[in-house]
Design a binder for this molecule. Structure first.
Ligand SMILES: CSc1nc2ncnc(N)c2[nH]1
Length: 156
């Protein structure tokens, strides 16, 4: 029976910069990524996004914008990961390294895609242009995309 796991991903933005975190342990360790994680029982997806952002880098988003949705499946694995992607330009707090993540600002021209998930190069351009999108990626192992699709959405 396939199961759907709800996850969040938040990108903190300045004009031409993006805050990424180097994952220090667990799934995706060693890769740069946005901030996020599992949505816990009893919290909304947005509440989960806010909680993970605060836990992982110390920032509180005062305004979260829904930017997209990315779904992942792995061959021979019944779990579907559904990642809800947000960005924020309006936040407060002190950027703080956590046990999970080492935060660092990047110029959007210098995003280290070679040290990130393969799928990022397909959908970051939509996210960076604030163009709502939906993507789907089927992985074989961790380093090979068998099939993908991506489309623009017209969110409200
Ligand atoms: C291959 S599965 C996957 N999980 C992810 N989490 C966050 N950002 C990604 N690009 C991810 N890809």
């Amino acid at each position: 029976m396939a199961s759907k796991k709800l996850l969040t991903l938040v990108f903190v933005r300045e004009h031409d910069k993006i805050l990424l975190g180097l994952k220090k342990r667990g799934f995706g360790a060693g890769k740069w990524n946005g901030f996020g994680g599992k949505v816990e029982p009893g919290e909304s997806i947005a509440e989960g996004a806010l909680r993970e952002l605060k836990e992982e880098c110390g920032l509180t988003a005062l305004e979260l914008r829904k930017i997209g949705l990315v779904e992942f499946e792995f061959e021979n694995d019944p779990n579907l990961l559904q990642v809800h992607v947000f960005d924020t330009y309006n936040y407060q707090g002190q950027i703080t390294e956590s046990e999970e993540m080492q935060p660092q600002w990047y110029d959007v021209k210098d995003i280290p895609y070679e040290k990130m998930w393969l799928d990022d190069t397909y959908w970051y351009p939509y996210m960076l242009r604030s163009e709502p999108f939906k993507g789907y990626f089927l992985y074989r192992g961790m380093d090979h995309i068998v099939h993908h699709k991506i489309e623009k959405l017209d969110f409200e």
